[in-house]
Design a protein. Structure first.
Length: 381
């Protein structure tokens, strides 16, 4: 596919000059011409992107400088060249200083000189557009990268070699109590005083002790948060020191997670004895755990996951007890409803197929009742 030619717009109220200019540039550019500033602005819109605009200084509606100022406001990347006589030089110099004009050509002009100026202007336009594209791609990439970093369950703070904050993700903002844009600031300036003292002390201990891979610290953020802090050095292509990343993982919920795991394992490994008392006790303890998790102000992913698993387990236990009660107390409970409750409970149970043996018996009893309609009115759990 052939590369498209740069677009050139020429505005002059003299038809003869427009014809001469068209003939000069039509082999290398897609040329558009207008006889007034208003027509030129319309063409600028219609045929965008225009790489270069050439305008005469003296035109009826407005001067070339005024017209190119409008072009600059409307399409900053478009390069602007003005044709002028020496009498207009003061206005041209002001326009160049204001950024409205890329170059000026005095009358009469040399065709080769004009071609060189236009070629450089078109190259400058192409480079400007490519830079804008690259910056746009970089901004988009940063949006995606920040989106990914914010979804991590670990806080991350990137410091340059001078110790200034260069990047920080959403979990780190919450764990450390960061407010506003802290990029370019020293950690001492970015963090609340008490948080900085504890956080920097932990980081300093890791730096000074080669055998120490992490440090656990309690911070006065929200209702309190416990973090496990690690350090990772950043090096450039030649091994130069670029700074470091401080990783902070929330571990406030870990004691609760361990207790949750103990409760689940105890239920899954329960033997042949009655399960109902064990389920009732687990239900009460998980209810307290759920309340503790709701009261925690830190909305870390680990905390949220534990909260969800706890609630799912409570739902499973509630359904099992309800089904067992229905089979023990009712002559003909709704078999389809019992099956649905067992299905939901199985889907909510966090350990998948590792069901307590008595729950498996309950599921089999429901299926037998569904198929035969025979209910001995006896509790299974």
């Amino acid at each position: 596919m052939a590369k498209s030619r740069p677009r050139l717009l020429i505005v002059d109220d003299e038809e003869a000059i427009l014809e001469t200019m068209t003939f000069t540039f039509e082999d290398d550019y897609e040329v558009f011409t207008g006889t007034s500033a208003s027509e030129g602005l319309a063409l600028l819109d219609k045929h965008a992107p225009i790489a270069v605009v050439i305008s005469d200084q003296r035109m009826p509606e407005m001067t070339g400088v005024e017209f190119l100022a409008r072009v600059f406001s409307h399409s900053p990347a478009t390069q602007r060249i003005i044709l002028t006589g020496f009498a207009d030089m003061n206005a041209i110099i002001r326009a160049i200083n204001d950024g409205h004009v890329y170059a000026y050509i005095t009358k009469p002009w040399e065709p080769d000189q004009l071609k060189q100026v236009v070629r450089r202007a078109a190259e400058h336009h192409a480079l400007t557009c490519e830079n804008e594209r690259l910056l746009g791609d970089l901004r988009t990439a940063n949006v995606f990268l920040e989106g990914v970093m914010d979804q991590l369950d670990t806080g991350a703070v990137a410091l340059d070699a001078r110790g200034l904050v260069r990047a920080v993700n959403k979990p780190a903002r919450q764990f450390l109590g960061l407010v506003g844009d802290v990029r370019g600031k020293d950690l001492r300036e970015a963090l609340p005083r008490e948080v900085y003292e504890r956080f920097s002390s932990a980081v300093g201990c890791i730096r000074s002790d080669n055998e120490m891979s992490h440090a656990d610290i309690d911070l006065p953020v929200g209702d309190g948060v416990r973090l496990r802090v690690k350090l990772h050095s950043l090096s450039g292509p030649q091994g130069e020191d670029l700074g470091q990343v401080i990783l902070a993982r929330e571990i406030s919920h870990e004691p609760m997670r361990l207790r949750f795991d103990e409760i689940l394992e105890g239920l899954a490994n329960h033997g042949d004895g009655a399960l109902r008392p064990r389920l009732s006790a687990a239900q009460a303890e998980l209810g307290k755990l759920s309340q503790q998790l709701r009261e925690k102000l830190v909305s870390a992913p680990g905390m949220g996951e534990l909260r969800e698993r706890t609630n799912r387990t409570l739902t499973a236990i509630e359904h099992w007890l309800t089904v067992d009660d229905a089979l023990a107390r009712e002559d003909f409970p709704d078999a389809q409803l019992l099956r649905e409750r067992m299905r939901v409970a199985g889907a909510r149970w966090p350990l998948g197929g590792r069901l307590p043996p008595r729950v498996k018996e309950l599921a089999q009893r429901v299926e037998t009742y569904y198929e035969s309609g025979d209910n001995p009115k006896r509790a299974v759990l």
